[in-house]
Every structure is written in C-alpha cells, then in structure tokens.
Design a protein around this ligand. Structure first.
Ligand code: C2E
Ligand code: MG
Ligand code: MG
Ligand code: MG
Length: 286
C-alpha cells in the first residue's frame, strides 16, 4: 500500500513539474504579447505623511491584466521578465506610463509640484549602460520635473554590481532624480558600503514592520534601521503598515513617511487620485 501511495505521489509530483514547466513557457510567450497588446497596468499605492495622513506621492506597481487568468501579481512575472530580459522594455513602459500619468494629474492641478511618483528598477536595468539616457528621454517626452521622480532600487540589486550602480546613481543624482533603497534589511549589503550610494530614502522592508508586535511592546529591528537612516541622513519610508499599533509605534520612533494596507493597497489610477482629494485618514492618526 505504501508503495502504491509512493508511486502515486511520484506521478503527481511529475505532472506538477510538467505543468509548472509549461506555465513558465506559456507565460514567457504571453508576456511578450502582453507588452505589445497593453495588458499591463500600473497600480498606485499612496505614500503618506504618518502624522497627518497627507499623501505626498505614489509608488507605481505593475500588474498584468491577463485575458483569461485575471490580474497577475508582479511576484509571478517580474522574475520571469528579469530572466528573459523582457524587464528592459517592461521597465521602460512602467516608467513612461507612470510619468505620463503624473503629468496628466499635474495638468489637471490634482497634485502639487512636490508630489512624486516612485518607480521600481530591477537589477537587470541597472546593468544597462544607457539607463540614464533612457530615463532622461522619458522625462523629456513626458515633461516631468526630475525632482518628481523617485527610483527604487532593492538593496540586493545595488550589491550585484556596486561599481556600475554607483556610477548610474550618481548621474541620476546630478539630474535631481530622487533615489531610494528598497526592501532595506533583506539583502546582504555591508553597512560600510551604503554611504557610497547617493541615496535619499531608505525603505524599511515590510518584514521588519511586521515585527512590531501587537501585544508585547517589541519593536524588533525597526529602531535600529531608523537610526541607520538618520546617521546616513536619509529619509525613511516604512512599508507594509497594516495596523494602528504599527502606525503608533512608527510615529513614536519619529518615522515620517509610510505606506501600507492600513491606508490603502495599490489601486488603479482613477481610485488613486480620488484618495488624494478625499483626505480620509485623519481618524487613523493617534
Ligand atoms: P516592493 O517594491 O517592495 O513593493 C511593495 C509591495 O508590498 C507591493 O507588492 C505592495 O502591494 C505590497 N504591500 C504594500 N503595503 C502592504 C501591506 O500593508 N501589507 C502587505 N502584505 N503588502 C503590502 P506588489 O505590488 O505585489 O509588488 C511586489 C514586488 O514586485 C515589488 O515589491 C517590486 O519588487 C516588484 N515590482 C512591482 N512592480 C514593479 C515594476 O514596475 N518594476 C520592477 N522592477 N519591479 C516591480
Ligand atoms: Mg518598491
Ligand atoms: Mg519594498
Ligand atoms: Mg518588497
């Protein structure tokens, strides 16, 4: 009986692998089409001043509106896009789309001059020697002030090729583009390296924000990360704020900015801009 079960499980395991392989291949072909046929859409998550509830910018987060599979999370296709190089056109598209959207909102006077849009860059994009020119062209075409653009680079992508990254980031910095380190604390960068990168903002990874405990008053590593940012003279954005307790504790640690489901999950452009004028989070602030 055990043997039969073993064989059966083997069989299931095999076919699962098979399905997974087909899916990746299918996804690859479909992803090529998705870019051409405009199945990708940018969602926006508010970045909020924690002690007022005011929205100061949005993080642009891509989704894939698949014709039959529904809305696909970037976790399921960004790694594939990265692997097959499609991240390059995809990344350009997200950047262009986000800047164009910001320009529309600026023209309609729905956001002020300091309102920013934060766009994620992948490790592969950071190896493109003409990345600075690509971004310049998009800023020029969409007529966006470089100071309204923030680029988010994960700690691990920075460390993949630090020398090239420093070079590219310095050029961005000279243009006035804001730079943030994403998912801070989850990579393996040595602290002594960090100050070589011209970074304005440090985003505390949501895994650390989750450590802020509801019952005990434990804060985990969050106070230390905030200290590191202060010493390096960087602004801090806390990611993944889901509860009032987390908000209260972050405020007590003098963390100024944050984003998370407590305020809003990423939403489409129309819903996002509606949030800016509705000013509905005052009751969340302790
Ligand atoms: P990220 O840049 O760290 O983005 C934050 C992620 O946390 C987003 O997931 C967001 O929806 C999620 N999040 C925000 N608040 C909360 C919260 O309170 N609780 C929880 N549990 N999650 C929260 P999303 O949109 O699924 O994106 C996942 C990752 O995919 C991003 O992580 C980013 O690394 C990547 N990504 C998304 N869009 C792009 C893109 O256009 N280009 C590149 N290169 N990567 C992207
Ligand atoms: Mg990000
Ligand atoms: Mg992050
Ligand atoms: Mg993340």
């Amino acid at each position: 009986k055990a043997k039969a079960l073993g064989r059966g499980r083997y069989h299931i395991f095999d076919s699962t692998l098979h399905v997974a392989a087909i899916n990746t291949l299918e996804l690859e072909t479909e992803l090529h089409k998705a870019i051409k046929e405009q199945e990708l859409v940018v969602y926006y998550q508010p970045i909020v001043v924690l002690n007022t509830g005011k929205i100061v910018g949005f993080e642009a987060l891509v989704r894939w509106q698949h014709p039959t599979r529904g809305l696909i999370s970037p976790h399921s296709f960004i790694p594939i896009a990265e692997e097959i190089g499609l991240i390059i056109p995809l990344g350009k598209w997200v950047l262009h789309q986000s800047c164009q959207q910001l320009q529309t909102w600026q023209k309609q006077n729905l956001v002020d001059d300091s309102f920013f849009i934060s766009v994620n860059l992948s490790a592969r994009q950071l190896t493109q020697l003409d990345l600075n020119e690509q971004v310049d062209k998009i800023l020029h075409d969409t007529q966006i002030n470089p100071e309204c653009l923030k680029l988010e680079i994960t700690e691990s992508s920075l460390m993949e090729n630090p020398q090239i990254a420093i070079d590219i980031l310095q050029k961005f910095k000279q243009r006035g583009i804001q730079l943030g380190i994403d998912d801070f604390g989850t990579g393996y960068s040595s602290l002594s390296y960090l100050h070589y990168f011209p970074l304005d903002t440090l985003k505390i990874d949501q895994s650390f924000v989750k450590q802020i405990n509801e019952t005990s008053k434990k804060l985990g590593l969050v106070p230390i990360i905030i200290n590191i940012a202060q010493i390096l003279e960087m602004n801090v954005i806390a990611e993944g704020i889901e509860t009032q307790t987390q908000l209260r504790q972050l405020l007590s640690l003098n963390c100024k900015l944050g984003q998370g489901y407590l305020f809003s999950c990423p939403v489409n452009a129309e819903e996002a801009i509606h949030l800016v004028s509705s000013n509905e989070w005052q009751n969340l602030i302790p």
